[in-house]
Design a protein around this ligand. Structure first.
Ligand code: FE
Length: 339
């Protein structure tokens, strides 16, 4: 048992144990096959070696916290502005002054104090079962709290940051009271107690358990592009509805995958070079397409699959607001019994 533990620890730590001059050490929650090829291209173009450690989002933040200033990590790549803000609030990040990053990334998709930067974005719209629901029956997130949807909505649990950030965006735009009422109504409309991830909500809806599901767009994209016939078939039963598109509407909730240069970074200069590379045209197109996400850089077109879902108005709120309202969102979810 002890031997096994030592072996695992060694495997986890050894690739970065020695901080080599100029090399960039990346902690990434993105799976290796979805990030390594673009890091290799960066190395080929710049001559800067990149060492990659992958792990779960929250575990990587925990690890950075434990390692403190001795952390070998220069760059943390993770998803959700709420989480990136958390890394900032924990003092794990540092500011980066880069005109290239500011020019490439729209202002609302990066931290106002330049501590984190969005690299791709995803939306969190409503998905409906094509056979059962007409898009005309749908309108806004607020409408999902209407009793007419009783027992018809599938959404994952409140311990996941995606829903926390979605509710935080509502607090930011409509205030605490309206957000609380909304969450209360939504919970009453749940088809079942929350279980599983976003993909599981889409699958449950396709299997007849609910009429509507809330999910991030890339999960739907991954299922549509999947080689597993059952995943593809489930996704094909579903369609996207972009909520809050009216003239007065705030737009569909979006979030980012992004990166932050760590406070402990030993190779800040090269870490910034890597960040700047990731907002270049080639990297933006590749990184977004392979993850079924939207490039943050507006001049880089989305993949044809994503284009096929149509244009939509995205909520233009500065995503740092999601971090600011996270604690309140969690409190509301607790109060209204969103498991
Ligand atoms: Fe995800």
């Amino acid at each position: 048992m002890l031997k096994k533990f030592v072996l695992v620890t060694t495997l986890l730590v050894s690739p970065l144990a020695a901080v080599a001059e100029g090399e960039v050490n990346v902690y990434s929650s993105r799976q290796e096959q979805l990030i390594k090829p673009i890091l290799d291209k960066f190395t080929a173009a710049s001559g800067i070696k990149v060492n990659l450690v992958t792990g779960k989002d929250d575990a990587l933040i925990e690890r950075l916290k434990l390692e403190g200033e001795n952390s070998p990590a220069d760059l943390l790549m993770t998803a959700d502005a709420g989480r990136l803000s958390r890394a900032k609030d924990l003092g794990l990040s540092q500011a980066v002054e880069s005109e290239a990053l500011k020019t490439a990334i729209p202002e609302n998709l990066r931290d106002p104090e330049n501590q984190w930067f969005g690299l791709t974005y995803r939306a969190r719209p409503i998905f409906y079962v094509k056979e059962k629901i007409k898009p005309e029956d749908l309108s806004t997130y607020a409408d999902l709290a209407d009793p007419k949807w009783k027992g018809k909505i599938c959404v994952r649990s409140s311990d996941n940051i995606y829903n926390q950030s979605m509710l935080a965006s509502m607090i930011a735009s409509q205030g605490t009271e309206a957000a609380t009422k909304w969450a209360e109504g939504l919970v009453k409309n749940f088809a079942r107690p929350p279980e599983g991830g976003d993909r599981d909500q889409l699958k449950a809806a396709a299997a007849g358990m609910c009429d509507l599901a809330i999910s991030n767009t890339y999960y739907y994209g991954q299922m549509l592009a999947s080689e597993a016939p059952e995943d593809k078939a489930a996704a094909e039963k579903m369609a996207i509805f972009w909520p809050d598109q009216g003239e007065q509407g705030r737009g569909t909730h979006i979030n980012v995958s992004g990166a932050t240069v760590t406070k402990a970074a030993k190779n800040k200069e090269n870490a910034v070079k890597l960040l700047e590379y990731l907002v270049g045209d080639e990297a933006q197109a590749w990184y977004a397409e392979h993850n079924q996400e939207y490039p943050v850089k507006t001049t880089v077109p989305a993949s044809s699959l994503l284009k096929g879902w149509g244009d939509f108005k995205a909520d233009s709120i500065n995503l740092s607001e999601l971090g600011k309202h996270n604690a309140e969102a969690v409190k509301i979810m607790d109060t209204v019994g969103w498991k």
